[in-house]
Design a protein around this ligand. Structure first.
Ligand code: MN
Length: 253
């Protein structure tokens, strides 16, 4: 099995290194990840400038590829031929913060896995639900979870068009309570506008505010994490609101 490892935090992020090291136990690993942080960049396709790919080494000496494109660009580059050998699975992460509820539309970690699915390759996104104000993170437990889930997804053949969005509580291996298959829950965003003045008196803005929370509901990604479970949410790119189709068709257009 040949696994592409990418992320949205940049090729030198410690979460990617931990993930690549665990994935190597499952098969051949190629790393192609952005050269800088693209967190909360959403699903990007760079079309207005050329993309460069260069060779780097990870902190443990592993050869890797990096590009100046977004996470989804990195996946596209790899699958379109920058990486010559056929890729069987794309794994993205490990993001240092959870990607749950509506986060998935912002997340570079998740949209990298979406790009894989668009190209017909299974995709898995892995995020660590770290506590606010955490120090240095131990990605070991989440990396081992990622390997377990990747092995299972390949053995069971993840259906076409489906990616897995995995979120792991920040706990030691033995304190993780197992896997729950979940649906997207609801984030509660607490964004607030911070308006300031530059030295010339012109306004500029930061979208700031408090860290988001969520609605603690059983069966959801947020609910699983709150209870100490690993959350595995199958996602699809068909965003059609099926519940509204019938009503809209009945409107007199
Ligand atoms: Mn990130």
């Amino acid at each position: 099995m040949h696994i592409l490892v990418t992320n949205d935090d940049g090729v030198q992020a410690p979460g990617l290194l931990a993930l690549a090291q665990e994935m190597r136990k499952l098969g051949q690993v190629t790393v192609l990840a952005p050269d800088r942080n693209w967190s909360a960049s959403g699903h990007v396709k760079t079309m207005d400038r050329p993309l460069r790919v260069r060779e780097v080494k990870l902190a443990d000496g592993t050869p890797a590829l990096t590009s100046d494109g977004a996470p989804s660009d990195c996946v596209a580059l790899a699958l379109l031929g920058v990486v010559k050998e056929k890729i069987d699975l794309v794994v993205s992460g490990i993001n240092p913060n959870a990607n749950i509820g509506h986060d998935v539309t912002y997340s570079g970690t998740v949209t990298a896995a979406m790009e894989a699915v668009i190209a017909g390759v299974p995709g898995i996104a892995i995020s660590l639900d770290s506590k606010p104000g955490h120090g240095e993170l131990d990605y070991g437990p989440a990396a081992r979870v990622a390997a377990r889930i990747a092995a299972r997804a390949m053995a069971e053949r993840l259906p076409q068009g489906i990616l897995l969005n995995v979120n792991v509580p920040q706990r030691a291996d033995e304190e993780l309570r197992g896997i729950q298959i979940t649906r997207q829950g609801l984030r509660v965003y607490r964004d607030a506008l911070d308006e300031r003045r530059d030295p010339r008196g012109r306004p500029y803005y930061w979208i700031g505010g408090e860290w988001p929370t969520g609605i603690d509901e059983e069966g959801t990604d947020f609910g699983a994490l709150q209870a100490g479970f690993i959350s595995v949410t199958p996602l699809q790119l068909d965003l059609t609101a099926w519940s509204a189709i019938h009503a809209l068709r009945s409107w007199s257009w």
